[in-house]
Design a protein around this ligand. Structure first.
Ligand code: HEC
Ligand code: HEC
Ligand code: HEC
Ligand code: HEC
Length: 354
């Protein structure tokens, strides 16, 4: 165990308590391990079609997206003083063309071997790079919505998913994308660059505000909010994926600095919340299993093997939950669901065309 005098000073005032707690937990020698360039949220550039291709048919959804921070970061981030300070500390000269910022702030399309930064975080950042599924998903098997049979429609969706489409029902994959960026699992970016390590992201309030664009199935009449059953699933999957992502991030952390502390307190907060969910919905034993796994590996440096094994286990249990349940029976969770006044940003009004 480390000496008390050895614990680093809290780096930010608001993390002092957690920082002190994890200063004690996070012991270990500096590992000479290069951080892995973080790939989550970075789809295959050669398969990106770009948001304009989607907007040809998805006008309402594209209009909703244009009002979000995800869209605006393309113009605003490179001009932002904080961005330039971060870039300078890291020796990054142009935030729009050097890879470190691209993976999370922009959509990069590779056209015949040349990379072009085409937009901010866009459709394919969340729904998957589309070159191989864009025609499949919308083609009604070469027929029309009226003449395509049920079997053909099922085969079409199956093929689109096999080609990399992430549909709204694929909650685990969607959440992996959100949290792959929002946990900011990149040690040097945080420790050296001074980039924030992500806010208190929560899948319900962060997906049901400005990001919400459930206007397709109602043909633009309503921007539907997730119903009670879907919210329960979003709660479980969001917390599970947050734990999984943070455990992997701690596993790869190399120094006892702000990044490691913040990842550890993120994992700790998420597992406490999930423990409350396990009590509230005892009919779903997989929740308690995730909590058990989340406590099975010490939140400390030099523990990558145990942390990764725990994260792998968590991943399996989340997938099991998404396969076995649809949220309909988990009303015990309702008191834990964030209320509409916590939704991040304003959702677009449906039926508005511009
Ligand atoms: C040629 C028109 C067209 C283009 C271009 C298009 N879509 Fe679609 N999209 C459709 C149609 C039609 C459906 C509904 C199919 C159905 O209900 O069977 C759909 C459905 C969807 C759905 C809902 C899937 C579900 O599970 O219900 C998503 C998500 C989606 N598209 C995303 C995209 C993205 C992202 C792009 C760009 C990469 C894109 N679409 C480009 C026509 C298009
Ligand atoms: C691992 C993903 C990731 C990478 C890599 C990343 N960012 Fe970010 N960045 C985020 C997320 C997520 C937010 C939003 C944080 C929040 O509030 O939760 C953000 C927010 C910011 C903000 C504050 C928001 C604003 O626009 O005012 C700035 C500035 C910023 N990033 C700059 C950079 C720069 C410069 C780089 C490259 C050196 C970079 N980021 C690389 C994920 C990332
Ligand atoms: C930040 C991630 C993200 C981005 C960016 C994004 N989507 Fe989505 N999309 C989602 C999620 C999550 C859902 C399911 C929403 C829910 O459960 O409330 C969804 C749902 C949809 C649906 C189904 C809507 C319905 O009525 O059922 C369509 C179609 C769609 N997206 C198309 C697009 C298009 C086109 C773009 C780009 C213009 C886009 N999305 C950008 C995450 C995203
Ligand atoms: C490719 C990386 C990436 C993905 C995937 C992603 N985000 Fe983001 N998100 C960001 C960045 C970066 C910002 C900050 C943009 C800025 O303000 O400059 C952001 C900002 C936001 C904001 C606005 C926060 C504010 O300050 O008001 C919300 C809400 C949000 N994201 C929700 C989501 C949800 C929900 C998902 C998944 C369905 C998601 N994001 C997926 C990178 C991502």
């Amino acid at each position: 165990m480390i000496e008390r005098a050895d614990s680093p000073k809290p780096i930010r005032p608001e993390m002092s308590r957690a920082g002190f707690r994890y200063a004690l937990l996070l012991c270990g020698l500096l590992m000479l391990m290069g951080f892995a360039a973080y790939g989550a949220g970075s789809p295959d550039r050669a398969k990106i079609s770009g948001p304009n291709a989607c907007a040809e048919c998805h006008k309402q959804e594209a209009a909703a997206w244009k009002a979000t921070h995800h869209f605006k970061t393309f113009q605003e981030m490179p001009r932002n003083a904080e961005a330039n300070a971060i870039a300078q500390r890291l020796g990054v000269r142009r935030v729009k063309s050097e890879s470190l910022c691209l993976g999370c702030h922009f959509t990069v399309q590779n056209k015949s071997g040349v990379d072009e930064t085409v937009s901010g975080i866009s459709c394919e950042s969340c729904h998957g790079a589309s070159a191989e599924w864009i025609k499949v998903h919308s083609g009604y098997s070469g027929k029309t919505a009226q003449t395509e049979s049920k079997q053909e429609s099922e085969a079409r969706w199956k093929l689109a998913e096999a080609k990399g489409m992430i549909r709204p029902r694929a909650l685990y994959q969607l959440a992996k994308n959100c949290l792959g960026c929002h946990v900011v699992p990149h040690e040097e970016l945080v420790n050296k660059g001074g980039h924030r390590s992500g806010s208190a992201f929560d899948l319900i309030s962060w997906s049901q505000g400005e990001v919400r664009h459930n206007t397709w199935h109602s043909k633009g009449k309503v921007n539907e909010v997730a119903d009670a059953a879907r919210k329960r699933m979003l709660l479980l999957v969001g917390l599970g994926v947050e734990i999984e992502t943070a455990l992997r991030a701690i596993g790869r952390a190399t120094t006892r600095k702000v990044y490691a502390f913040e990842m550890a307190s993120r994992a700790d907060r998420a597992r406490e919340k999930l423990a409350a969910a396990a009590k509230a919905a005892p009919e779903v034993p997989e929740i308690a299993k995730i909590v058990e796994l989340a406590y099975s590996a010490g939140l400390m440096l030099n523990n990558e093997r145990a942390l990764t094994a725990a994260a792998d286990g968590v991943s399996k249990e989340i997938l099991r939950i998404t396969q076995k349940y649809d949220g309909a029976t988990m009303s015990g969770l309702d008191s834990l669901i964030p209320k509409p006044d916590t939704f991040k940003g304003k959702p677009r009004q449906a039926g508005v065309t511009d």
